[in-house]
Design a protein around this ligand. Structure first.
Ligand code: ZN
Length: 237
């Protein structure tokens, strides 16, 4: 068997048998990792709380056929401030859970790792109202989802763009029905996020606009997955 090391964020964990857990992680060099932490549920375990979701760790694993086996774990960052604040925990869980659901086991993508780790460090430092939406929007881009924002995807019009197509592939003009209405302010936020002006979007104050933008990004994620993601609905919508 091959031994490897990586820096990784814990995405999700599952019980396995009496004492073990399966840990899903996203590693800088390995991408998605599925590994068993043996004995983690016993009281005197060397892994302790290091392998909880959202934690950023350095791991050493044996490569297995289906599941790898974790042999060592060191904490890099446990995000203690984030984990003491319910609103930030909600966002942190949403961030890792979406990588778990949306990103396949298709090898390493350093852009995804960088996006996730930067978002978590930012969430630890301060809670920006638009951080989760900005993160989801950028994560969708890594998966090839880049909604059209300037031209109606149904008829090509560039005027009266007032809704989002249910398919999630972009905006539509006011002629069309069975669409999700979008305010001009929300459309402006998506433009900022798409045009490298994420910090401008992140500095916007909390308002109804935050809920609108978050609801649209969540629906884009769920359209792509074709199912709901529970962690994205803990904010009450
Ligand atoms: Zn149209």
């Amino acid at each position: 068997m091959v031994l490897y090391n990586d820096s990784a964020v814990v995405l999700r964990t599952w019980k396995l048998g009496e004492a073990d857990r399966i840990i899903s992680l996203y590693g800088a060099q390995s991408g998605k990792i599925r590994a068993v932490a043996k004995g983690i549920r016993k009281t005197k375990t060397k892994f302790g709380a290091r392998l909880e979701p959202i934690s950023y760790v350095s791991v050493q694993c044996w490569k297995g056929k289906e599941l790898d086996i974790i042999t060592q774990v060191e904490s890099i960052e446990l995000f203690p401030v984030l984990k003491r604040d319910l609103e930030r925990i909600r966002k942190g869980f949403a961030m890792v859970e979406v990588v778990e659901e949306l990103v396949g086991e298709t090898g390493a993508d350093f852009d995804i790792f960088k996006l996730l780790i930067r978002a978590l460090y930012r969430l630890e430092a301060c809670d920006s109202p638009f951080l989760l939406s900005g993160y989801l929007w950028k994560l969708l881009q890594t998966q090839g989802v880049v909604p059209e924002l300037d031209t109606c995807v149904e008829c090509g019009s560039q005027e009266n763009l007032s809704a989002f197509a249910r398919s999630g592939n972009g905006v539509v003009c006011s002629k069309h029905t069975n669409v999700t209405q979008i305010s001009s302010d929300a459309l402006r936020v998506f433009h900022l996020m798409s045009e490298g002006e994420l910090s401008a979007a992140l500095s916007l104050p909390d308002s109804e606009l935050r809920l609108e933008v978050e609801a649209i990004t969540v629906s884009l994620v769920e359209t792509m997955l074709d199912h709901k993601v529970k962690a994205l609905h803990l904010g009450g919508y």
